[in-house]
Design a binder for this molecule. Structure first.
Ligand SMILES: Cc1cc2nc3c(=O)[nH]c(=O)nc-3n(C[C@H](O)[C@H](O)[C@H](O)COP(=O)(O)OP(=O)(O)OC[C@H]3O[C@@H](n4cnc5c(N)ncnc54)[C@H](O)[C@@H]3O)c2cc1C
Length: 389
C-alpha cells in the first residue's frame, strides 16, 4: 500500500475532547496522529461557557496552561451564576472566595484554537484540513482513509469527532436516541444593555409545555451569546420552533426585553445538538475509544460538554497507556475506558438527567426547589469544589 502511515494512536477530531487527548498523550510521551477536517481557528456553535471540568482539565495539563487560560485577553471570568426559574425563584451558584472563578466565557473559535496551540509539536503529528473519509477494520488495527487519499493504520482510534461521530457510526453501528439529545440555537448580539454586574451569567428556565433553557453569556468584546434549547424529542412532540420562541423572549419577556431594546444581532442563528446518551451506548470496542460528544458525555441539565469532553480525553489516555504497555488493543483492555468514565461521571450525569426529567413537572419542581433552596445551593457548592479544581 502506498503512503501508508503506521501509528499506535490516531485521534479523529481536534475539538476540546481530541485536543485534550493529544495534550495528555504528549505529557505521557506517546507519539500519535491527530486529524481534523477543519483548519484552526475554526468556529463551533456553542453557548461559549466553560465550567467545572474545563478548569479541572486545564489544571491537569499544567499550571502554565492554566495560567495562560486565566490571563487570556479573550476570556472573561465570573464568580457567580444565577438560575432563574419561573421569574420568581433564583438559585445562586457561587464560587468560594479563595478560588478564581465559577464560569468563564470565550468564543469557541478562540478557545478551541487556544487548546490546539497547546498540542505538542514533538509528539503529535497534525493533519488539519483533511477529513476522514472512511474507516476499515483490519487484523492489524483500523485503517483511516483521509480525503486526500492518505492512509493511516492505527492500533487505537480515539473518536473525538463530535455528536455525529463517524467513528461511532462506523465502528459501533449505533444511532443516538433523540430522547438523549437537546437541540439548541445560538447567536451573538451587540449593544445589549442592563446586563448584571461582574460578568454574571443569566440563565432562565422558560416553560413552554416543556422547559426551555435560555442563556445570556457576556463576552470579552462586549457582545453576548444568546442560546435557547430543550430536549429534542420534546421540541418535536410539542412542535416548538426555537427561532419563534427566542424572538418572543427577546421582545416580550418581562425580565429580558428591556435589555434587547437597542440590541443588534451580529451573526446568524445557528442550531446544533447536545448529546447526553452516555451510559446507554457503547464507548469502546476492538481498537477504538470514544470521547466527548461522540461518547454522549454532555450534561443533560446544565449542558456542560466542553469540560466533560476534555476530561474524557484525559481519562482515555490512562487506558491507551495501559493498552500500549501490554500490547493489547482489544475491547478486553479498552473496556477500562468505560469503567473510568463511569466512575468519574456516572453519578453526576444521572443526577442531571433525573433533574431534567423532574423539571417537566413544573409545579413539583418549583415547589421542591423553593423548599430546599438552601440545600440545593449547598449541594451545588460541594459539587463545584469536587468537579472543578
Ligand atoms: C448551542 C449550543 C450551546 C452549547 N453551550 C455549551 C456551553 O456553554 N458550555 C459547554 O461546556 N458546552 C456547550 N455545548 C456543548 C459543546 O459544544 C460540546 O459538548 C463540545 O463541543 C464537545 O466537544 P468535542 O470535542 O467532543 O466535539 P466538537 O467540539 O464537536 O469537535 C469535534 C471535532 O471533530 C471534527 N470532525 C468531525 N468529523 C470529522 C471527520 N470525519 N474527520 C475529521 N474531523 C472531523 C470537527 O471538525 C470538530 O473540530 C453547547 C452546544 C450547543 C450546540
Amino acid at each position: 500500500m502506498n503512503n501508508l502511515i503506521k501509528t499506535d494512536v490516531c485521534i479523529i477530531g481536534a475539538g476540546p475532547s481530541g485536543s485534550a487527548t493529544s495534550i495528555m498523550l504528549s505529557k505521557e510521551k506517546i507519539h500519535h496522529y491527530i486529524i481534523d477536517k477543519a483548519v484552526f481557528p475554526r468556529d463551533k456553535t456553542c453557548g461559549d461557557g466553560l465550567i467545572l471540568y474545563a478548569y479541572k482539565s486545564l489544571k491537569i495539563f499544567g499550571d502554565n496552561i492554566f495560567n495562560s487560560f486565566l490571563n487570556h485577553p479573550k476570556i472573561l471570568h465570573s464568580k457567580i451564576v444565577r438560575l432563574h426559574i419561573n421569574n420568581e425563584l433564583v438559585i445562586n451558584f457561587k464560587e468560594s472566595k479563595d478560588r478564581d472563578m465559577l464560569i468563564s466565557y470565550v468564543k469557541r473559535i478562540d478557545f478551541d484554537n487556544f487548546l490546539v496551540e497547546q498540542i505538542s509539536n514533538d509528539f503529535a503529528f497534525k493533519e488539519f484540513g483533511n477529513g476522514v473519509k472512511s474507516l476499515e477494520k483490519t487484523e492489524k488495527g483500523i485503517l483511516v482513509k483521509l480525503k486526500d487519499n492518505k492512509q493511516i493504520l492505527a492500533k487505537i482510534i480515539v473518536g473525538a469527532d463530535g455528536v455525529n461521530s463517524l467513528v461511532s457510526r462506523k465502528l459501533t453501528k449505533q444511532k443516538p436516541d433523540t430522547k438523549y439529545k437537546s437541540t439548541f440555537i445560538s447567536a451573538y448580539f451587540k449593544n445589549v444593555e442592563h446586563l448584571p454586574k461582574d460578568n454574571e451569567a443569566e440563565i432562565r428556565i422558560v416553560y413552554k409545555k416543556t422547559p426551555l433553557f435560555f442563556y445570556i453569556f457576556p463576552l470579552s468584546d462586549g457582545t453576548v451569546n444568546v442560546s435557547l434549547g430543550a430536549r429534542t424529542d420534546k421540541l418535536n412532540k410539542y412542535n416548538i420552533n426555537l427561532l419563534e420562541e427566542v424572538d418572543h423572549i427577546l421582545n416580550s419577556h418581562e425580565k429580558v426585553k428591556h435589555k434587547f431594546k437597542k440590541a443588534t444581532i451580529t451573526s446568524k442563528w445557528r442550531g446544533w445538538v447536545i448529546p447526553f446518551h452516555f451510559g446507554k451506548q457503547q464507548v469502546f470496542g476492538d481498537n477504538f475509544l470514544l470521547v466527548g460528544d461522540a461518547a454522549g458525555l454532555a450534561n443533560a441539565f446544565y449542558k456542560e460538554g466542553v469540560g466533560t469532553g476534555m476530561m474524557s480525553g484525559i481519562l482515555a489516555v490512562k487506558t491507551i497507556k495501559e493498552a500500549i504497555r501490554i500490547n493489547d488493543f482489544s475491547s478486553k483492555t479498552l473496556n477500562k475506558h468505560q469503567k473510568n468514565l463511569k466512575s468519574e461521571f456516572s453519578k453526576l450525569l444521572k443526577f442531571s438527567y433525573f433533574t431534567l426529567r423532574l423539571m417537566r413537572f413544573k409545579q413539583i419542581f418549583y415547589t421542591l426547589v423553593s423548599l430546599f433552596k438552601n440545600k440545593v445551593e449547598k449541594k451545588f457548592k460541594k459539587m463545584i469544589i469536587k468537579r472543578s479544581y
